[in-house]
Design a protein around this ligand. Structure first.
Ligand code: PSV
Ligand code: MN
Length: 386
């Protein structure tokens, strides 16, 4: 039997971090479609994020991306966020949009380029000090396109050296989250292609180094929940970049492509004791053709629904069936939870939180969408690289 009161408490305290870049324009390498009312400044991105938190109640922080969200005064930015009931979250580094990084950043063969990249990562920690952010998220576009282009092992040595420098700079309570990605933009080797490589580096670095799982960064068919279970077991799961994919790193709304996979992932999170603030639940998405704010609200709700279903798994019945070797029985326990319509439960939870039971309807009614289209005219819209 599941304890419904405990399920509700867990759902009310859940936190999903939204990414600043999801509020700006994005696209593919073919076209970036501009949308009306898109933020022109970091503060306007926060204003939009506040709408998501206002209607969902569980999106209290926003991830920043440096230099896209560089400002002169981070204390002022933090204050702007705070006034809207938000906090500034994970700082994402960017060592992939400078001409110097053509052959990589921290793994580049030229020590001067490596120094430049490490300098940027250290600057990101300075920003964390100013914003009060706990986590630095590191994703490296480093890799090679052709066999023989560079020495695979030497690149790992350079990576380890750079990571150690950044690790040494982390303050009390700060962490670095190392993100892996199978391929792209490098097509032959990627320097952090998988969780094993990320884990090996994090293990050597120490407890402040944790692995982040971006759900779009695996080969098709990869059993992501197994990775989650393993990392949790090793106490090395620092967080998630949630999104969904059909083909590559599609960055579509989490739970849109495969809600069952998201449920399986959340089952491992719940079962492994990972539904705590030690694991950062972040979105990493781009809304190229759909309206951005409603898409982010929908994404937060998708994570919430998967979490609710995972919390509803009758763990005692599951363990009993597993111990008895009852294959179909164990599977049925899991499927019962997955097949539960949790929408009424979530409406109740929102009602108890003083929220509208229907976040998307509440957003539509707020008039925010019309307001930003009317008010945000002129200036340069935020987007990739801005
Ligand atoms: C890389 O594909 C990634 O997933 C990293 O998390 C980046 O920080 C993010 O996308 C935005 O480019
Ligand atoms: Mn990511």
């Amino acid at each position: 039997m599941t304890d419904l009161a405990a399920v509700k408490t867990a759902l009310k305290t859940q936190a999903v971090e939204t990414p600043s870049w999801a509020y700006g324009n994005s696209g593919t390498r073919f076209k970036v479609f501009a949308q009306q009312g898109v933020p022109r400044t970091v503060k306007e991105k926060l204003d939009d994020a506040a709408q998501v938190h206002a209607v969902t109640g569980i999106a209290p922080t926003v991830a920043l991306h440096i230099p896209w969200d560089t400002v002169d005064d981070y204390a002022d930015l933090a204050e702007h966020a705070e006034k809207r009931g938000l906090g500034l979250g994970t700082v994402n580094s960017n060592t992939f949009q400078d001409d110097a990084y053509r052959l990589g950043s921290v793994c580049h063969p030229d020590p001067a380029v490596r120094r430049k990249a490490v300098g940027h990562l250290l600057d990101c920690v300075d920003i964390m000090d100013a914003t009060g952010s706990r986590d630095l998220k590191l994703w490296f576009a480093d890799g090679t396109n052709y066999p023989g282009q560079d020495d695979i092992r030497a690149r790992q040595d350079r990576l380890a050296e750079a990571l150690a420098q950044v690790y040494a700079r982390l303050g009390e309570g700060q962490r670095m989250l190392l993100e892996y990605k199978l391929f792209e933009p490098a097509f032959y080797t990627t320097d952090v292609p998988d969780w094993g490589t990320a884990y090996a580096h994090c293990l050597k670095l120490g407890p402040k180094a944790q692995v982040v799982v971006d759900t779009g960064h695996h080969a098709p068919g990869t059993n992501i929940e197994f990775i989650v279970a393993t990392l949790l077991r090793e106490r090395k799961l620092g967080g998630f970049d949630f999104n969904s994919r059909f083909y590559a790193d599609d960055d579509l709304m989490v739970g849109a492509a495969d809600p069952f996979q998201l449920f399986r992932i959340m089952c491992e999170v719940v079962g492994g004791g990972g539904l705590t603030s030690e694991v950062a639940f972040m979105l990493d998405q781009c809304h190229n053709i759909e309206a951005k704010i409603p898409a982010i609200i929908r994404s937060v709700m998708n994570v919430q629904e998967a979490t609710a279903k995972a919390l509803l798994v009758d763990r005692e019945a599951l363990a009993a069936a597993q111990t008895a070797g009852d294959v179909l029985g164990a599977n049925a326990v899991l499927m019962d939870a997955y097949d539960t319509d949790v929408r009424p439960l979530l409406r109740e939870v929102r009602d108890e939180m003083g929220l509208d039971p229907d976040p998307l309807a509440a957003y539509r009614r707020s008039g925010w969408a019309e307001r930003i289209v009317a008010e945000r005219v002129g200036g340069q819209q935020a987007g990739w690289g801005a």
